[in-house]
Write a protein that binds this ligand. Structure first.
Ligand code: TPP
Ligand code: DXP
Ligand code: MG
Length: 640
């Protein structure tokens, strides 16, 4: 790699091997350029900003010291991997970030050999890294495995399960704890407080780092003595062993994650040093580093829309209607003002779930449990046992983590826990890792659950009111990401009759029965069918459990075609309906029944509309399905 002072280093970079040849000053220069490039990219595409900005120096230092991709570098969650993508051959393609067919916003194995493990959900990196390290040992490979995990992600149980195992296995795994004292929101919990104490009781590593440098260059016996002395010095400084040391890790830190001259020697030391157990390097960084608006408000710049670099103002567009999240938050607050037994639980997503407003009004009745979805659900079960009315608000995709807790701790004991499932359905740019597509299938099979799906924001307000009053067992309310459809929201939402759907458009011949917000595509398809001389009935099931058999049986007996439409995977609403129809003998007389649900594959990032079109659950797919079921010539219809 030949450079002149005028040539940006980033322009000359082919792959990380080039980074390995740079001097410390050049590494600093490269970090500077990567940061500027990342800000420019995200200002055009939107995406995760402040987390990536905080790890620019760390990214450059890691690729400088370690032999990636032969050494495995795993980023937990992956939302901070943009600098990594920029320096691993994806710089140009980053301009297509999170767009259909473009670069993923998370690490993805199929995207690059430099992404040895895909992510999106948090706290998987230590487990995956431990598996890779164990495989390397078993296969006799000399490679190193480095897992980078944030302080927020360290609040999840899985991280501790993995550390517990790593310490016992004496694995050679290297864990880098990227401590920026932030999750999306400010971090919570005893672990976070512990990390702060660890920092305040430790000076920066530089002096001890020097001691270790010396130690590693001494012959073995002396080296051990020197190490012991250094460890002793450290335990005096921290007032005892760190939690990580108790778990069997060799703890190094804290070190300043923005100082290349600190990072590089420490990483080198760890690379070349001991091989008889896992190492944890405690790196301290600043979320949003190097971009003033993000540094000032790392939570607001965690995930951003396109923005003006100079002003920092994000282009969020003009909302046409309130988001479902906000409607949920407001509705719950209204109920809670009336009912002191209502409490709210979030797993590290107060603003994402709309519970931030609830927390402002009722701080004592709000619990942010950290990234701990399993615990959140069982914690809610405990609250319900004592007569409270807990609402656990969680994204559909993260609820996947708590399946057994819903089954074993909530449903089996028929506890009145309310589970608010946000981001249900396609979520767009976050792609397959965050798609809320499985909840209907994995919840629909659990006894005792009442499952409601909102077709619009007024329905959601009514569902919150319904759940607030329902004490006979657990309830689930499901609603999507994004804005409502602009209907008026009643001031005093009337609770729904449990298990009762509604006919929205009376017709004959063809019945479209939807659940959730697919209703609007059914209505649009009905208009198009009407233009072709048909008069479809459109109904909103409202409840996936219990199903409204009066409604469904009526539709089945009086129509020739029944199309079931949902924004969820195979095995959800449609399967529940068809199972019931079959067992009631309602399919025996030739009812033409079709299920439009999300097909049996993963859908990558795109707009939610494009995802629905690709999945075949939009208005045009409904239209085609009906015409095909009626045996009408689709190509002739299209020509008409
Ligand atoms: C299982 C799971 N729950 C929630 C989230 C949402 N989430 C994404 S990033 C994040 C905060 C992570 O904090 P930290 O690990 O400290 O990383 P930072 O953003 O501070 O770099 C959260 C809660 C997730 N990705 N996975
Ligand atoms: C990385 C992560 O899991 C979150 O930051 C997520 O991207 C938030 O998604 P929303 O924008 O839907 O809140
Ligand atoms: Mg953090």
């Amino acid at each position: 790699m030949s450079t002149t002072p005028e040539t940006p280093l980033l322009d000359t970079l082919r792959d990380p091997a080039d980074i390995r040849r740079l001097t410390t000053a050049q590494l600093e220069q490269l970090a500077h350029e990567v940061r500027a490039e990342m800000i420019d990219i995200v200002s055009h595409t939107g995406g995760h900003l402040s987390a990536g900005l905080g790890v620019v120096e760390l990214t450059v230092a890691l690729h400088h010291v370690f032999n990636t991709p032969e050494d495995r570098l795993i980023w937990d969650v992956g939302h901070q991997s943009y600098p990594h993508k920029i320096v691993t051959g994806r710089r140009e393609r980053m301009r297509s970030l999170r767009q259909g067919g473009g670069i993923s916003g998370f690490t993805l194995r199929e995207e690059s050999p430099y992404d040895p493990f895909g992510a999106g959900h948090s706290s998987t990196s230590i487990s995956a890294g431990l598996g890779m390290a164990a495989a390397a040992e078993l296969l006799g490979d000399d490679r190193l495995v480095i897992a980078v995990i944030g302080d927020g992600s360290m609040s999840a149980g899985m991280a501790y399960e993995a550390m517990n195992n790593a310490g016992a296995m004496k694995s050679r795994l290297i864990v880098i704890l990227n401590d920026n004292d932030m999750s999306i929101a400010p971090p919570v919990g005893a672990m976070s407080a512990y990390l702060s104490r660890l920092l305040s009781s430790n000076s920066w590593l530089s002096i001890r780092d020097l001691a270790k440098e010396v130690a590693s260059h001494l012959p073995p016996p002396l080296e051990r003595t020197a190490r012991r002395a250094e460890e002793y010095a450290r335990s005096i400084m921290t007032g005892g062993n760190t939690l990580f040391e108790e778990l069997g890790f060799y703890y190094v830190g804290p070190i300043d994650g923005h100082r290349m001259d600190h990072l590089v020697p420490v990483l080198r030391n760890v690379r070349d040093g001991r091989r008889d157990g896992p190492v944890l390097i405690h790196v301290v960084t600043r979320k949003g580093k190097g971009y003033a608006p993000a540094e000032a408000a790392p939570d607001k710049y965690h995930g951003v829309s396109r923005f003006n670099i100079v002003t920092g103002v994000q282009d969020k567009g003009k909302p046409q209607a309130p988001s479902y999240t906000n409607v949920f938050g407001k509705s719950l607050l209204t109920e809670a003002i009336r009912d002191p037994r209502i409490v709210a639980i979030t797993a590290a997503m107060p603003s994402g779930t709309g519970l931030d407003k609830f927390a402002e009004t009722f701080p004592d009745r709000t619990y942010d449990v950290g990234i701990a979805e399993q615990h959140a659900v069982t914690f809610a079960a405990g609250l319900a046992c004592e007569g409270l009315r807990p609402f656990v608000a969680m994204y559909s995709t993260f609820l996947q983590r708590a399946f057994d807790q819903v089954v074993h701790d909530v449903a089996l004991q028929n506890l009145p826990v309310r589970i608010a499932v946000d981001r249900a359905g396609f979520v767009g740019a976050d792609g397959a890792t965050h798609g809320g597509v499985f909840d209907m299938a994995f919840l629909g099979c659990i006894p005792n659950l009442v499952i409601m799906c909102a077709a619009d924001e007024a329905e959601l307000a009514r569902m919150v009111a319904t759940a607030a009053l329902y004490d006979d067992g657990p309830t689930v309310l499901r609603y999507p990401r994004g804005e409502g459809v602009g209907v008026e929201i009643p001031d005093a939402p009337e609770p729904l009759a449990i298990g009762k759907g509604r006919v929205v458009r009376e017709g004959k011949g063809v019945a479209l029965l939807s659940i959730g917000t697919r209703l609007h595509d059914c209505l649009a398809a009905a208009e198009q069918l009407a233009a072709r001389g048909l008069s479809p009935t459109v109904a909103d099931a409202r409840f996936a459990k219990p199903l409204d058999w009066d409604l469904i049986e009526g539709l089945a007996r009086t129509h020739e075609v029944l199309v079931l439409v949902e924004e969820g995977s195979i095995g959800g609403f449609g399967s529940l309906v068809v199972t019931g129809l079959a067992n009631r003998g309602l399919l025996d007389n030739g009812l033409k029944t079709r299920i439009l649900c999300i097909p049996d594959r993963f859908f990558e990032h795109d707009t939610p509309e494009a995802q629905c079109a690709k999945a075949g659950i939009d208005a045009s797919a409904i239209l085609d399905t009906v015409l095909a079921a009626l045996g009408r010539d689709l190509s002739a219809e299209a020509r008409a």
